[in-house]
Design a protein around this ligand. Sequence first.
Ligand SMILES: NC(=O)c1ccc[n+]([C@@H]2O[C@H](COP(=O)([O-])OP(=O)(O)OC[C@H]3O[C@@H](n4cnc5c(N)ncnc54)[C@H](O)[C@@H]3O)[C@@H](O)[C@H]2O)c1
Length: 413
Amino acid sequence: MGITGKKIAVVGGCGHVGLPLGVKFALAGAQVSLVDISAEAVKSINGGTFPFLENGGDRELQEALRRGLRATTDAKEVANCEVVVFVTGTPVDEHLNPKLSEVLKILDFYQPYFRQDALIVMRSTLFPGTMEHIYNRLRDRNANVRLTFCPERVSQGYALEEIDSLPQIISVFDEPSFDAAYEVFAAIAPKIIRLRPIEAEMTKLMANAWRYLEFAIANQFYMIAEANGVDFHRLYEAIRYEDPRAKGYKAPGFAAGPCLFKDTMQLASFFDNQFYLGHSAMLVNEGLATFAVEKATKELGGSVWGKTIGLLGMAFKPNNDDTRESLSFKVKKVLEFRGAEVVYTDPYVAGGISLDEFRKTCDAVIVCTPHSEYKGLEFTQPVVDVWGFYYKSSLEIFPGALGEEKSAKVANA
Ligand SMILES: NC(=O)c1ccc[n+]([C@@H]2O[C@H](COP(=O)([O-])OP(=O)(O)OC[C@H]3O[C@@H](n4cnc5c(N)ncnc54)[C@H](O)[C@@H]3O)[C@@H](O)[C@H]2O)c1
């Protein structure tokens, strides 16, 4: 067993999912080719630099390069490989339905290069039933390749860390495919979970939709409280104060990025748009952006026309440089439509102004992405802070007669 010397191609291998995975395969001994259409990313990777922010990225990449990993734009590279991993995604269209044609188009393009005995690994999130479609399509074309769906589950920016610790899911239609996939993924994972393809497809969507819903609950409660003149962050502190059951209660904040919204909509589409919680979560999470604009408008006396509004952070999540589907851009658009001048600052995103200039120029600030660099800042202008990033504990706590031992029992009740 093992993957030492095994030739693995990762198609879309210069992206957030493909690159960390390719690095891990290379560190486990495989000969890895990252095949991608982005010449810029290929150049950066071959030069030893991650093209995006990934914790510990460059160090592991440089070691992988020493062990033979290479990035290329040459699709023919796939022809030499025993394993071909596809990480390019399934976008949703203007009706919020998945664009399956995108997945099939890429497979069709690379299929002429597949070796007869290749293992084809689908890695990006798939709409339920896609694997069966791909399986039948390959069978109709007498392609005797082996096929598996092993969904990526990492959180962006922490992939290298999480690949080492998360169990990998392998889903297959037949035993030879399982054996081949097991050999590859057991080499980089602590444990393997075996599922049927339809189960793996739904598992991934439900994991992401669940997270999206968790954020939506916090965001809805935030809006209920704030619309009634109550500081939600005080409630949040009270709800969680020494109650272990409330530990996992998510804080409000902009829920965005390339996966959660898209995958919740895919699940809704799969269930004939009867996933009411999913659609509600979308309305709440997307609505928080306009709610923040309304708050800023109120702070400025009812109109933002001619005012300069500063957006603190543009990335879709803190301490990250990824702006895909970031709600900061929605806030920007709405403000501009209402006649405001919008400026932004972000240490990870190009094009903004410096923090010093930002602090001098704005009439009001909206905290869009609470990067750690912004901790402890004080502003002279009104600040809209849906995250509670600048909230200072304000609960009044008094001692009670019962000791800690008794209150600990509550945790187990
Ligand atoms: N980003 C995450 O943290 C994450 C986590 C779990 C699952 N996913 C899934 O993985 C999918 C990919 O996400 P990502 O964040 O890696 O996207 P990404 O945009 O960072 O990477 C995709 C890569 O594919 C390349 N590409 C596009 N078309 C290509 C083609 N025809 N041939 C070769 N390369 C091509 C792009 O240049 C890019 O480098 C998502 O759609 C999602 O379903 C993402």
